[in-house]
Write a protein that binds this ligand. Structure first.
Ligand SMILES: C[S@@+](CC[C@H](N)C(=O)[O-])C[C@H]1O[C@@H](n2cnc3c(N)ncnc32)[C@H](O)[C@@H]1O
Length: 214
């Protein structure tokens, strides 16, 4: 689990920094992506709660997980929770994606938004996603990733990775998350390559898509 002071500082500044990207189009990307959630739905690394207002009505329950206690404090205070009585349909649980305290095949949808840059063990997290998804269930991902091989941006993401992990609570800008998802046994049936609007170049390349447990 992310820890201590760095974690607390990140939880304080993250909502402020991401806000300009949200307003410039990231929130609209979340709406399009999360509108597809259905059935019992699990949110990984829910952070300060930016995904929560974008889920459709009529889910068979929403479970929001987050390993950081500092982020969890933000999460339960998110306006969507307070103003829209989100707490009525959402369960909050402190847990990391690598060890999910849920039964096998207990969710129809699992979502991650800007999380796989930070999880310590992406392969273990994907094995857990696969385990908790029911057959035919979907994993909806919206993640920033390493730029393509041979690009200057990819080179710089590699060079700056160490510094980035320090200032952004463990976030590695050069994760090849699409490849890791494909290697997990989940079947990627949709992916688009996007750019994080109004962001630092280190986190600009994004993938938005869906993988299915067959
Ligand atoms: C960049 S923030 C994104 C938060 C939120 N999902 C969003 O879209 O705004 C990354 C989040 O991943 C969480 N995180 C870190 N390690 C994790 C892990 N092993 N499993 C799940 N979430 C993790 C962090 O605590 C943080 O809340």
């Amino acid at each position: 689990m992310p820890g201590a002071l760095n974690d607390r500082i990140f939880a304080w500044y993250y909502p402020k920094v991401i806000d300009r990207s949200e307003k410039a189009g990231l929130a609209a990307m979340r709406t399009r992506q999360l509108a597809r959630a259905s059935g019992r739905t699990l949110v990984l690394g829910a952070g300060s709660g930016l995904d929560l207002p974008h889920f459709p009505a009529g889910l068979d329950g929403l479970v929001a997980t987050e390993p950081s206690s500092a982020m969890m404090d933000q999460l339960v205070r998110h306006p969507s929770v307070v103003n829209r009585n989100e707490a009525g349909r959402t369960t909050f649980l402190r847990a990391g994606a690598e060890s999910l305290p849920f039964a096998d095949a207990s969710f129809s949808t699992v979502t991650s938004s800007l999380v796989f840059c930070t999880v310590d063990d992406p392969e273990a997290a994907l094995a857990e996603i696969r385990r908790v998804l029911s057959p035919g269930g979907q994993f909806l991902f919206l993640e920033h990733v390493r730029a393509e091989d041979g690009s200057t941006m990819g080179y710089l993401q590699d060079r700056l990775c160490r510094l980035h992990t320090i200032v952004a609570a463990g976030c590695r800008p050069n994760r090849r998350t699409l490849e890791t998802i494909k290697a997990s046994g989940l079947v990627v049936d949709e992916v688009t390559h996007e750019e994080m609007p109004r962001s630092s170049f280190t986190v600009r390349p994004m993938i938005v898509g869906r993988a299915v447990r067959v």
